[in-house]
Design a protein around this ligand. Sequence first.
Ligand SMILES: NC(=O)c1ccc[n+]([C@@H]2O[C@H](COP(=O)([O-])OP(=O)(O)OC[C@H]3O[C@@H](n4cnc5c(N)ncnc54)[C@H](O)[C@@H]3O)[C@@H](O)[C@H]2O)c1
Length: 261
Amino acid sequence: MTHDFTGKAMAVTGSSGIGLGAALYLARSGARVFLAGIDTVMNDKAAALAAGEGLAVSLHHVDVADEASVRGWADQIAAETDTLHGLVNAAGQQSFGTAETTRPAEWDQAIAVNLRSCYLTSHCLYPMLKAAGGAAVVHVSSVQGHNNQDNVLAYAVAKGGVHALTRAMAVDCAKDAIRVNSISPGSIRTPLLEFSASQLAVGGKSIDDMIGKFGASHPIGRVGTTEETGSLIAYLCSDAAGFITGADLRIDGGLTAQLCI
Ligand SMILES: NC(=O)c1ccc[n+]([C@@H]2O[C@H](COP(=O)([O-])OP(=O)(O)OC[C@H]3O[C@@H](n4cnc5c(N)ncnc54)[C@H](O)[C@@H]3O)[C@@H](O)[C@H]2O)c1
């Protein structure tokens, strides 16, 4: 399925992985994309990739956990457009730990980057989303917001919070013709997944071995791609999803459908 975003401006956070995949998908479908990332190397790579395809994607150095930085991004966007038809919150960070081992600063960081950021960008970009007279917000949550593995306390809490934020925003924002949904990916091959694989690789296993193992635990038998998440995000931002708001769509190869008994 393809969607036409010609003449529409979209804001996306996360300049690698799922965020970059969504930005490229939307830009290939005609959108003007304002892409925010904190990592200058990733920002430069994303800019080069988009330029190579002649896509309308501009890169912005933004810390989504910092209010002044997000307000600065909003000002940069407002200098170029009065209206935004979409906001995709894909910036995020994995964190590991239990209630016993997670330090308060690590908890605060995980919540700030994975949850508070979704509120903060929505808050700062709201006037432009409202002015579009029909806009969509997609927050990238995780299967870990539904069920979780061990040792991911703060991350799981943040992702569960994203589901609550999605519902609450959907109810409040409908009056302004803004739909709000989230997606919950299973394992998707991105730098974040490769980092998780490197943390879990033991006994001479490579990152590819670990990613193959992650894939085998999904009923579909593989991990997902950023083209697949980009396609779902574009669908949720499109008019084809005009009656969908407050939903969380799992894109997890059946991972959370199975009972591990
Ligand atoms: N890859 C997966 O398997 C998977 C599964 C479920 C959920 N997710 C979620 O998808 C989202 C995207 O992750 P990804 O897999 O694409 O990983 P990724 O590491 O490629 O992308 C995350 C991006 O967020 C950026 N970022 C981190 N902190 C930031 C900050 N303070 N300000 C601005 N940018 C910041 C990183 O630099 C990076 O570019 C995350 O929210 C993650 O939790 C990923």
